[in-house]
Design a protein. Structure first.
Length: 226
């Protein structure tokens, strides 16, 4: 089962936001993220958090409609997003897609991206923004990207260094490479063969795929996506 978690970040394109949803998704709102869910005509199944960012009238209406409300104290050790991911996993999700997590406060934006790096998550955790989707690649893992041809892929070290990074199907190859934290060497590569793969021996790598950003140096894009 896939869960979609709505976060109270900045959303500039609700059409793009809605395009990520699939039939059967379980919708979980992290506090004020419920407003983004409602803005695309959907009602969350669960609202989780300290509930300081959602209008009381909206919260009351959701509760009257049978939406499950999980209220936590403001003084807590986890963000509303982390609590929402934990609720998704408790509900049986084997994949979690996070929407509306960027923009607004810089500290929240950085924390929401880095939450993907937690190794303990027992599910695939991805974060989408516009046409871009992000996922962490940990040492000993391989990530497959199914086009489209000409779309861009960026690989950014999150740990102090990553070792054994190997690409297949990308225009600028790497083979058993080492990148250090802060390196921009992995930014803006291009899919030339789908599926492309990234394999990592050690470390943590943030991989971002933009399915709409196309290079003019390769052939026409396919309709496949990550």
């Amino acid at each position: 089962m896939r869960a979609v978690v709505f976060v109270n970040g900045q959303v500039n394109d609700y059409t793009a936001l809605a395009s990520w949803l699939l039939a059967g998704d379980r919708l979980i709102a992290a506090d004020g993220g419920a407003m983004h869910c409602l803005a695309i005509g959907r009602t969350p199944d669960v609202v989780v958090g300290d509930l300081d960012s959602i209008p009381p009238a909206v919260l009351a209406a959701l509760e009257a409609d049978g939406v499950t409300i999980e209220r936590y104290p403001v003084a807590k050790d986890q963000t509303d997003l982390e609590l929402a991911i934990e609720r998704a996993l408790a509900d049986g999700a084997d994949e979690v897609l996070i929407l509306g997590a960027l923009g607004g406060r810089l500290d929240h934006t950085i924390a929401n991206l880095l939450i993907l790096a937690q190794k303990r998550w027992q599910a695939i955790i991805r974060l989408a923004e516009g046409s871009e989707i992000a996922q962490m690649l940990h040492g000993g893992e391989m990530l497959e990207i199914n086009g489209p041809i000409g779309s861009t892929v960026s690989a950014i070290p999150i740990s102090a260094r990553v070792d054994g990074l190997t690409y297949a199907g990308l225009e600028y190859p790497l083979n058993d490479a080492t990148l250090e934290l802060g390196s921009t060497r992995g930014v803006s590569n291009i899919v030339v063969v789908a599926p492309a793969t990234l394999t990592l021996a050690d470390g943590i790598l943030l991989v971002i795929h933009d399915s709409h950003r196309q290079s003019t140096s390769v052939g026409a894009p396919s309709r496949e996506g990550w």
